[in-house]
Design a protein around this ligand. Sequence first.
Ligand SMILES: [Zn+2]
Length: 347
Amino acid sequence: MKYIWYGVFTIVFSLIILPSIIVFGFNSHKNVSTSTVEVQLVDEGKLIKLTNTPNYENINIFIIGQNKLQKMNLEEYIKGVVAAEMPAEFELEALKAQAVAARTYVLSKEIALGGKGCELHPGADVCTDPQHCQAWESVEDMKKKWGENFDKYYKKISEAVEDTKGLVLIYNDALIVPAYHAISGGKTENSEDVWQNKIPYLRSVVSPGEEEASKYKTVVTVPKEEFISKLKERQPSLKLNSTNLLSQIQDIERTQAGHVKSLTMGNVVFTGKDIKEIFDLNSTNFSFGLQGNNIVITVIGYGHGVGMSQYGANAMAKQGKTFEEILKYYYNGVELIKIEDLFKLQH
Ligand SMILES: [Zn+2]
């Protein structure tokens, strides 16, 4: 019986919770709610029950700021996602890689292709809430953000999207879960170290060149008493003494990429995710130090660390790598294909 429940949990996790936490780039790495009900990938990425090529090029997007549902051309929508999810200053090949990841994600949700759409907004394929679906910005938002650079950046983003028009990522002839994040901290994560499920194309790889990102390393300073009281809010049974505090933090278990899986503080075991949430850290790759009456938490990286590192992608592009090389580096064993050719392959 125990195993049955474990199986049920695994299925619920992989179909419902996992897709809700895959895409957290610059816009959306924090405050991840795992209770959010989210769509499943279409039959694990297989586009199902389609006899003819469907009209997939218009998507229904729920715009949070305007509280309305709007029909939009797929490629125009992708421009808004790339603008919102990656700095326009990035290299063109990195922006192209981002465009392909964003397209793969939205097509796996599209109702016209048999997907479930955005379950928080009936009738919508996606919403613009970065905590739920995928961040997106309107042209007006971009004008405000970029000011006098608007023409230059809009042209660059448009080029990244148009040059990759229709391209998606597949593994075993199915759309992939295109997880991405801002900064891995030098090495990406194996999927099962973060989400339990072992996904063959989400393997740990070294991700050099991220150090120049301003948020590569961040420091959070917390007075000792506040440190203890915040932990007690989460775990009232915690017994932690403010003297020799660091010596009461033990058994730190880390993933292959160096992120904290779990640790013991006093009499309680916390996960790295607990600590990240409690102290609002940028990632679970952290270490503790002491400075006078304060606990100093040093954090490396930004985001969950699974899949493509956006800063790593930019570093590869600077070295002359193409978007295809970048994507195939961060997503192990995947193929690039035009969505129309995927329909032919699957039917
Ligand atoms: Zn949504």
